[in-house]
Design a protein around this ligand. Structure first.
Ligand SMILES: [Zn+2]
Length: 323
């Protein structure tokens, strides 16, 4: 889950898309994307979804991905496993990812932000997040090898960022960057509420909005990549484990195919030289790696599609009040 960050610049979007459309029409690039899914066993597992709903969501999501031969890595917050009376079923939902042929990575135990809790506490949270996941992986003769930063928060200063990275490498991790992100968690929160209420019209509207925002975000990101690093890298998409994706990921996969994408493993994506480019990004707010590269070059990105305020407001109204 990401925090809300108001987009700063909107006006140049049309100009950017306009000028690049002509070039895009000449040649259809061979686009590739790896799918990563965060906040397992489920984004809403802390308070909204009980174990049977988590199992149902997981089954649906993984069945579509497996049937369409789309690889994926799921990133786990083990804290969400510990709900009284549901521990076994919640662990079983994680195990399903491996049984279906997918991979699991670490997303810290409690989804803590490196920018908030301090390096030492954050490192402890990484270690605490390994227990169950590494056991499950070992049962499948696999090792825990991928890490995703919660909120994409990589540190507020470069020393912290580099120390955290060295710590992760020392524990055998490869960091999983993100280049495509359409904030599905916000749509999903509102969708799950509409689903609970049986409001199918609201669900349909949210799905339509989500797919349309995704399409705009992917187009923007493809152009930003070309402007920043000169080509479209093997992209890495950030999704979250939720009912919106479980019910509709097939439509998202179709959208990718329409844009000329094929689906690759995270390991394949990480072989792209883009992921070795200079990257000195630090900041209060986590963001994707296309932004990292652009900001490192001294060219802060402009013209990102604006996230619909109405969806965000509804999402915010649904959050439990902090104790
Ligand atoms: Zn997350």
């Amino acid at each position: 889950m990401k925090r809300f960050r108001p987009f700063l610049v909107v006006v140049s979007a049309l100009c950017v898309f306009g000028s690049f459309n002509l070039q895009a029409a000449d040649k259809k690039p061979d686009r590739q994307v790896a799918i990563t899914i965060d906040d397992l066993p489920a984004g809403g597992a802390n308070w909204m979804l009980a174990a049977p709903a988590i199992t149902e969501m997981t089954t649906k999501l993984l069945t579509t991905l497996r049937d369409q031969k789309v690889p994926a890595v799921g990133f786990v917050n083990e804290k969400k496993l510990y709900r009284q009376g549901e521990v076994d079923e919640r662990i079983h939902a994680l195990k399903m990812w491996l049984d279906y042929g997918f991979e699991l990575g670490n997303h810290t135990y409690s989804h803590s932000s490196l920018n908030k809790v301090g390096l030492k506490a954050w490192e402890d949270d990484v270690i605490q997040g390994e227990n169950v996941t590494s056991l499950l992986l070992a049962e499948h003769k696999m090792k825990l090898r991928y890490f995703r930063h919660p909120y994409l928060d990589v540190g507020r200063d470069l020393l912290t960022r580099r120390e955290a990275e060295a710590f992760l490498v020392g524990r055998g991790y490869r960091i999983a960057p993100v280049t495509l992100d359409a904030w599905d968690w916000a749509y999903a929160g509102v969708y799950e509420d509409a689903k609970k209420r049986g409001d199918t019209a609201a669900q349909d509207e949210l799905v339509k909005g989500y797919l349309s925002y995704s399409d705009a975000m992917f187009a923007y990101s493809e152009q930003l990549a070309k402007q920043t690093i000169g080509y479209e890298p093997k992209q890495i998409l950030l999704l979250h484990a939720n009912q919106l994706e479980a019910d509709h990921i097939g439509e998202l996969l179709d959208l990718f195919r329409k844009r000329g994408y094929r689906f690759i493993t995270l390991e394949d994506a990480l072989s792209d030289q883009a992921y070795s480019l200079p990257d000195t990004y630090v900041g209060e707010e986590g963001t994707g790696w296309l932004d990292h590269w652009a900001i490192t070059q001294g060219k802060p990105p402009q013209g990102a599609p604006v996230f619909p305020q109405a969806v965000f407001d509804k999402w915010q109204a649904l959050q439990p009040t902090q104790p």
